[in-house]
Ligand binder design. Sequence first.
Ligand SMILES: Cc1ncc(C[n+]2csc(CCOP(=O)(O)OP(=O)(O)O)c2C)c(N)n1
Ligand SMILES: [Mg+2]
Length: 584
Amino acid sequence: MTTSTMVPAADEMMRVLEEWGVKRIYGLPGGSLDSTMNSIHTYRDHIDYIGVRHEEFGSLAAVAEAKITGRIGVMLGSAGPGAAHLVNGLYDAKMDNIPVLAIVGQVPSSRMNLDFFQELPENPMFADATVYNRTIMTAEQLPLVIDTAIRTAYAKRGPAVVVLPKDLGWEKIEQGAYPVSANVQSQQDVTYNIPAENIERALDILTSAKRPVIYFGQGARKAGKELLEAADMLGAPLMSTYLAKGIIAHDTESYMISTGRVATKPSVDTGRSADAVLFIGTNYEFGEFFFRPDATFIDVNINPIVLGARHAAKLGFQADAQQFLTALIEAGHKRGLTSTDTPWLAAAKENRAQWEAWITEHTTDESPIRLETVFNEINKVTTDDALFGIDVGNVNIASARFLKINPGQQFTTSPLYATMGYGLPAAVAGSLEYPQRQAWNLAGDGAAAMVIQGLTTATEHHLPIISVVLSNESLGYIEAEQDDTNQPHSGIKLSGLDFAKIAEGFGVAGITVRNTDELRAALAKAKDTTEPILIDVKVTNDRLLPVEQFPQSRDERIDFDEFRAAYDAEKLEPFGEILARHQA
Ligand SMILES: Cc1ncc(C[n+]2csc(CCOP(=O)(O)OP(=O)(O)O)c2C)c(N)n1
Ligand SMILES: [Mg+2]
């Protein structure tokens, strides 16, 4: 007869996490987490505990870890206020379909429902954000519920919450007696049935179009090679979501980058002029605004819920992007299609080249420093496998345009939920996961101030994170919106902070940069750093060109000359003129 060993139920929770491959838990203790913290200590050689100074930082780091690795991220919050601080990260995960688990403390079960100190019914607070959201009722079910929560988070691609009354975590249960489903779950490659006759129809549409484009999203992550091949075969310029930047090389001549507001001019122009769009691996939420209503859409997505959701589509494929493109390319080759060069493609390429030349011209040595210059210098020192945590604000527009993200590098941001304060936790998560890779946190001064206490975690773990704060003393992204709605500036002015000095207080090397020489020197020091470093770049608050307002022809704006002059953009032509030159 085998004797059973009895252990605290929270130990068994940790065993389940370990079996699912969880590497670390981000959190900050509270009384309601006592039993959990006890077991975290017991399991300290198996799962790392990453202490944070604000639970929201931990929640965003857990979400970022899952975005970077594909593996479930785990966070902690204590009953009441600690739990409430997790909400922002959970919503970011919800909107990006990211599997995460929040273990939430609760008062002892005998005290629940009596309006006890810090007690609140946690589940209602998390109901909208989660795909699984339950409270433990008995100690024995704790490992089973954690297993179910993780399985559900993966299957439904979203956040799971498990609320644990603290006494139940201490109660002894039999060790190893509860099955874990981790081993039977594996990411299997699914083969989609792609009807050959529909591939022929797709080819008919794309080859008979005068101005076809391929617009791809993150779903095409594995398909960089096929995207280039299909684009070449069809004579179609490539455009992508901002998030899909990096799937193909930044400098690809036929790649227009992203459209919208976080966008480039050539991409906005190309989208507005396209008459056929291969919309692949994307659920781009502004699809109806930045493409012509009468453009013929072919929508390819593995998720039928979003298929056809963003623009009227003529043809839809529930398929993996790479498998679809492979089928399209094979069918094209059978028709004898190899490489197509059209006036349309030439016009798009010229537009991109004109845009890049204009950016280069604005990469100056002026002070205060221009964003073009900041990113040009960053591009010179980034490594081939660099990780970028990009915050929310003007930094997204600048990163879309100027940051050369290439295959091998990885960036994450908070795209749909768009919470400020994402950059630093993402850099922390990236650096913990990949200590040998360069990890960047790129943030505005408003966003940086929101999560600056997170530098503590970087210092404590000796993470060589390079934080670049773009100090324009403004909530710049919102200042631009107030300008666009002709209202007075209201609440957007920020007082200048000495971020370098603040960093020093956190044990992080801080450097203030006011001109290009100082910037180069700071980045030279940062690029090989083995400890966290923060560079506070005092940048100009001049607005970046709102490319979405640039007209396709001069007569679309009566103030065309003033508009162009305001952004020093006289060298940029309306795309209509470039198209006309190419007779495209
Ligand atoms: C948590 C949160 N609060 C408010 C906003 C709205 N918002 C979006 S961008 C932005 C301004 C960001 O300012 P800053 O970080 O200084 O960057 P800048 O645009 O000035 O470069 C604000 C307030 C948000 N996205 N997230
Ligand atoms: Mg700012």
